[in-house]
Write a protein that binds this ligand. Structure first.
Ligand code: CP
Length: 306
């Protein structure tokens, strides 16, 4: 049985097959409308979510399957002290596949080791968010047509931003990728990514503070939210939260074919005046999240159409 815990759980070739499947699902939705009839997806979310949980649920419903689950720890027996390992053993009796989001790093790994069904990590603390990475990769693949030779700006909370960490892991597998890490000093990329991932693999990168300087020469700009829930101190959050605001004036400095991605939700880091810019693809990105999760469910359940 296969789980998805880390963006690298798929080889480059498996990932390519997954993205091709997602593209086919987008082009031919009717072909897949009954693919998961009789199958159930459990969504076990111990942390808030809009996109991830609902796109998983939409994905399973689009495939003709059913969904069950909980959307907060308070509405599950976690509130009575039940462990993740006990919960997943029970969920394994009720569902065929499970997506789990938990505030603790490693929770999905613990769940997978006690499950008898495929487990998908839907975000574990500040660690990884592999299905967001699959969404990001499908967006890049569909709109840019390649992963190699991209200059990628990652902007905002690079310290706690699990989507950024996962995306770096995924993109370093392609030749010619270069990163511009745009963050305030306090939210710089952690050492375990800088040294253990970028330096070890000889990936070119620069760390800068000013978005205006970096934006002029990028293929992709990946904006992130400063995450209030990851700060221990409200004062630090307030000081950092509006450090970057992407607006029309900054977009004028950017290349004509640069794409702006954001995992969402956004707060203030992208002005709504940017939303109509054709380079702003973050709402399209959210749509790609459904197709790629449909492809993921089919792949993990080993269901083949054709
Ligand atoms: N991108 C993302 O994970 O959004 P949600 O927190 O709404 O699921």
């Amino acid at each position: 049985m296969k789980h998805l815990l880390n963006p690298l759980d798929f080889t480059v070739s498996e990932l390519y097959s997954l993205l091709k499947l997602a593209n086919d699902i987008e082009a031919n939705p009717d072909k897949y409308a009954h693919a998961c009839e009789g199958k159930k997806l459990a969504t076990c979310f111990y942390e808030p979510s809009t996109r991830t949980r609902l796109s998983f649920e939409a994905a399973m419903l689009n495939l003709g399957g059913s969904v069950l689950g909980f959307s907060s720890a308070d509405s599950s027996s976690a509130a009575k002290g039940e462990s993740v390992s006990d919960t997943i053993r029970v969920i394994s009796c009720y569902a065929d596949i499970c997506a789990i989001r938990h505030p603790k790093e490693g929770a999905a790994l613990v769940a997978s080791s006690h499950a008898s069904i495929p487990v998908i990590n839907a975000g574990d603390g500040g660690h990884q968010h592999p299905t967001q990475t699959l969404t990001d990769l499908l967006t890049i693949y569909s709109l840019k047509g390649r992963f190699d030779n991209l200059k990628v700006g990652l902007c905002g909370d690079l310290k706690f931003g699990r989507t950024v960490h996962s995306l770096i892991h995924a993109l370093i597998r392609y030749p010619g990728v270069e990163f511009i890490l745009i963050s305030p000093e306090e939210l710089r990329i952690p050492g375990y990514i800088r040294e253990d991932v970028l330096d070890v693999n000889h990936i070119p990168y620069q760390e800068v503070e000013r978005l205006e300087d970096a934006i002029t020469d990028l293929d992709l700009l990946y904006m992130t939210r400063v995450q209030r829930e990851r700060f221990f101190n409200e004062e630090d959050y307030i000081r950092m939260k509006d450090f970057y605001i992407l607006d029309k004036a900054k977009m004028k400095l950017a290349p004509k074919d640069m794409l702006v991605l954001h995992p969402l939700p956004r707060v203030n880091e992208i002005s709504t005046e940017v939303d109509d810019d054709p380079r702003a693809v973050y709402f399209k990105q959210a749509r790609y999240g459904v197709y790629v999760r449909m492809a993921l469910i089919l792949t993990l359940l080993d269901i083949h159409i054709d």
